[in-house]
Write a protein that binds this ligand. Structure first.
Ligand code: DC
Length: 216
């Protein structure tokens, strides 16, 4: 039997990672948060103080070791889960994720993982580029203010001070950047099922996706 592949795409803050993680737990299979991988590369690039516009400077990726341990990202042996979610990383990650060399290297790793494991993978280009043949594809959306509200609550919980309107603006900027970049832009696959997450609680949405997967 080929591995089960479930692709979940959508814009920042639509609830992809939370839903993907819970769905993977419900199905007892692996969850791969591909956004965390782009964030990890950004953390390393910032630590190295390279020019983030210089695509060639990202040739360190192939020699970088990263993996998830209990859902947390380990980069070259260090747990960088807090760092990958920091405002500084969020500010730069779209630029990093726009580089073809970065995308090619990470897509290759993501595809290799999906060949070995049943997986729920979430990101922006999973249904279109990483796993175009995935039998289950979902595209989760929500309007920018709803998404900003979720991020706002998460950030308050984490103790970060943040201005709500600035957060809405940042989300719109990121959507724009992710949707209009040249390589693998954020795009709904033609065969993906689109769901507005505003209409559901996380638990209800996970249940809905679970039933759809189980029904085939
Ligand atoms: O989902 P997230 O906010 O953690 O994603 C971080 C950034 O990475 C975001 O700007 C989009 C980018 N990304 C991407 O280009 N392709 C993916 N498969 C996942 C994330």
């Amino acid at each position: 039997m080929p591995p089960i592949q479930i692709a979940i795409d959508g814009p920042a803050g639509a609830g992809k990672s939370t839903v993907a993680k819970a769905l993977a737990e419900r199905l007892n299979i692996m969850h791969l948060d591909t956004g965390a991988m782009y964030r990890a590369v950004t953390v390393k690039a910032l630590d190295r103080e390279i020019d983030l516009h210089d695509e060639e400077a990202f040739n360190f990726i192939d020699a970088t070791d990263f993996y998830f341990q209990d859902g947390e990202l380990i980069l070259d042996g260090a747990n960088i889960e807090t760092k990958i979610r920091s405002p500084l990383t969020s500010q730069h990650v779209s630029l990093v994720a726009s580089h073809k060399t970065v995308r090619d290297a990470l897509v290759k790793r993501q595809q290799a993982i999906a060949e070995m494991h049943d997986v729920v993978m979430d990101g922006r280009d999973i249904g279109t580029v990483v796993l175009p043949d995935a039998p289950y594809k979902f595209f989760l959306t929500a309007d920018p203010r709803t998404r900003a509200e979720r991020r706002f609550k998460d950030m308050l919980k984490a103790g970060d001070t943040v201005n709500f309107e600035e957060l809405v603006a940042a989300i719109k900027t990121r959507d724009d950047y992710d949707s209009n970049r040249m390589h693998n832009p954020l795009k709904k696959a033609s065969d993906a099922i689109e769901i507005d997450t505003k209409d559901y609680s996380i638990a209800a949405l996970v249940e809905k996706l679970y039933s759809m997967v189980k029904e085939g």
